[in-house]
Each structure stands twice: as C-alpha cells, then as structure tokens.
Design a protein around this ligand. Structure first.
Ligand code: PMP
Length: 380
C-alpha cells in the first residue's frame, strides 16, 4: 500500500509514537488532573511535557497557552465562537476548509454575525500583494476577526500570514490561523506571526495519533467557553477557571493521543521542519514533472510547490480515478476535500479533483508508482 493522503491524516505514525501510545494505555494512563495518585500524576506530567514541546516548537512562550482540543475543527470552533459577539463582521479567505466556513456560515445564517470572503489568487503567486489590498477593501468598522488557513488543503498555496497578521494588528482585529496543513510542514513562529490564536491538528504534520488538536493562544486573550465541565480545577465553583489551559479543557483529555503527539513532535524536531518542507517540495516537483508526461492531465495551482498536489485526468471523474488508484494499492483522496469554497476558487469541475498529499515517509519511487498506475487507468 502506498499512502499519499497525508493531508487527511499522516500515516504511518513513527514507531516512537506507536510505542508511547501503547505504553500510555498499558503503564501510566490515569486521568490527568483527577487525583493525586501515581498514575494520574504520570499522565498529567505527559500532558504538561507535550504543552512544553508545543510551546518550544512554535515559540509560544508559556506552555499553559497550548490548549488541547479533539481536533483542528474543535479548536477553530472554540476560538471562533468564543470570541465573536452579536453584530461582528468576520473576514475569511476564499480557500477555507469547512472547519472555518461552516461555523462562520452558521453564525451568519442565524443573524449573529456577517462575513466577507477575501481573494487569495492561489494560482497566481505573483499577486500576493493583491490579497492584502482585497482584505483592506473588505474591512468594515464592525470587522472583529480574520480567520484563514495558512496552507490550503487542496493545493500547495500558502497565504502571506505574517503580512496578514500585521494588517490585522494595525486594524485592531483578531487574527486566527488555521494551521491544519502547515503545522509540521512549514516553520511557524507564534510571536513573529502576531496571531491571537493558531489552531492545529496533532494527527497530521506533527505525526501524533488521531484524537487531539491544539489551540495556541495569545497571552492574555480570554474567550467565552464553548464547553463547560470538570477538569479537576476549582471544582467547588460553578464557572470554568479563568485561565488557560483549563478554562477550555472540560472533561477527560485524550491522554494516549497527547502522549503520542509528544513523540511525534520529537520526531518532527529531530528531522527539522525546514528539511521536511524541502523533502515534500522535492516530491511535489518530481510529481509535477512526471505527471505532466500524461496527456490530458490538469494540475491545479501548479506554480505553488509544497506537500499537496491536486489534479484531474481528462475524461475521468475524480472519484473513478481515486477508486482505481485504491484498487492499485495507492491511497489518495478524491472529491471536494471538505473545502467547497476552495474548489470553487480553483474552478474544479463537478465531482472535484484528485488530491495527492506527501509526508515524511514518501519517496520518489512512490511517485513513479502513482504515475505508472495513472497511465494504466488512463488507458482503460
Ligand atoms: N482545516 C484544514 C485546512 C484542513 O485541511 C483540515 C483537515 N482536512 C481541517 C481544518 C480539519 O482538521 P481536523 O480533521 O483535525 O478537524
């Protein structure tokens, strides 16, 4: 089996991650923060170590500002719904995943907020400055937040988020970054970015297990809580604690996933995010060159090099190509990738397109196998 669906979740997970999850559920997985016995304390230590590792990797400062959630979607919902107030206006990009679009859309449909969509020109890297002018043109006196994906999940387009962050700060609006496709793939420095919150998955570019996401929160930012419940802190009070992380962590944490994520972060740090990025870009460039040998192939936004490549084969539906590749032992994802807005921006046809997404374990030989399989599929 060749796995080329790392944008959905990375696979396989490093051996150290697998071993840590097993060790957690076999040897020390008490409920963190729920008692003073040895196994609860051991689990709490792992959770803290993972906050510290995240803080170090992303230049966050205080580990307490790394909040655990179930996944990126939960992290984004927590921040978006925790910060917005009745009558606010929000800016989102035209490349958003449903994890951003749907919460915003629902709040807008209910009349709670209004939103506008700014353009990102994903197939025109030369138009980067136009993104900033479009944002400026769409700001209103009621704009309170800009939320956008750092890197797209359907192509390798990356937004100039440092410049966007500067613009948000100058305009006095909250800046929320969806780093689902960039964390672990592209270096991120929380302070240079100037974001109020960065939401990211444990299970993609950081090579942790499924089951946990993260919010990196700006020091001093307080949100309304989305979920209330127990966490072992201030138990006699009816309200959630005031400070992160416990303010946003109601209920039992996914300790095995967090413990595994700690090892995933070690692995990513050992390899170096710059070198992971170079590896993925090299695979992209090779794939673009080899795929271009096929007649009737359309690669979207192909001037953007990174870990995600999107294509269609003339005369074949995206799903039929995805199914045929699965039959040939190659895992890709076809369709709309939970990102209808982004597909509209790239003008993919009905049925969407086929996505190939690389990770640390992919090789040039995987690309050769993909191209050979597509040659056969094309001839059928
Ligand atoms: N945002 C983007 C850009 C994504 O690619 C994804 C995952 N496909 C998400 C958000 C949602 O991530 P999760 O599955 O961790 O909730």
């Amino acid at each position: 089996m060749i796995y080329l669906d790392n944008a959905a979740t990375s696979f396989p997970k490093p051996k150290s991650v697998q071993d840590e999850v097993i060790s957690c559920i076999k040897s020390y997985g008490g409920n963190p923060g729920r008692g003073s016995h040895a196994l609860s304390l051991a689990a709490a230590d792992k959770i803290y170590e993972c906050r510290a590792a995240l803080s170090e990797l992303f230049g966050l400062g205080a580990p307490e500002n790394a909040v655990f959630t179930l996944n990126t979607t939960h992290a984004l919902n927590t921040v978006i719904k925790g910060a917005l107030r009745q009558g606010d206006h929000v800016l989102i990009s035209d490349m958003e995943h449903n994890a951003v679009f749907r919460p915003i859309y629902r709040l807008a449909r209910e009349g709670f907020i209004k939103y506008s969509v700014f353009r990102t020109f994903p197939d025109r890297p030369d138009l980067e400055d136009n993104i900033l002018s479009d944002i400026s043109a769409k700001l209103t006196p009621r704009t309170r937040m800009l939320v956008c994906a750092h890197a797209s999940n359907i192509c390798s387009s990356v937004l100039p988020i440092r410049k966007i962050g500067e613009l948000c700060r100058k305009s006095g609006i909250l800046f929320v970054v969806d780093a689902a496709q960039s964390a672990g793939h592209i270096p991120i420095d929380f302070h240079l970015l100037g974001a109020d919150a960065v939401c990211l998955p444990g299970h993609k570019g950081l090579y942790g297990p499924q089951g946990c996401g993260v919010i990196l929160l700006r020091e001093g930012l307080t949100l309304k809580t989305l979920t209330e419940g127990g966490n072992g802190v201030n138990s006699l009070e009816g309200t959630m604690p005031e400070l992160p992380p416990e303010r946003y962590e109601a209920g039992t944490l996914p300790t095995p996933a967090v413990a595994g994520l700690l090892r995933g972060i070690s692995e990513v740090s050992r390899l170096g995010i710059d070198s992971i990025h170079r590896h993925e870009c090299a695979l992209y460039e090779y794939a673009r060159e080899r795929l271009s040998e096929l007649d009737g192939i359309k690669i979207y936004a192909s001037d953007r090099v990174g870990s995600v490549l999107l294509f269609n084969l003339e005369g074949k539906s995206a799903d039929s190509v995805g199914d045929a590749l699965n039959g040939a032992g190659i895992c890709v994802r076809s369709g709309y990738h939970c990102a209808a807005l982004a597909h509209k921006t790239l003008a993919t046809p009905p049925g969407g397109a086929v996505r190939v997404s690389f990770g640390i374990y992919n090789t040039l030989a995987d690309v050769d196998t993909l191209v050979n399989a597509l040659r056969t599929i094309k001839s059928l």
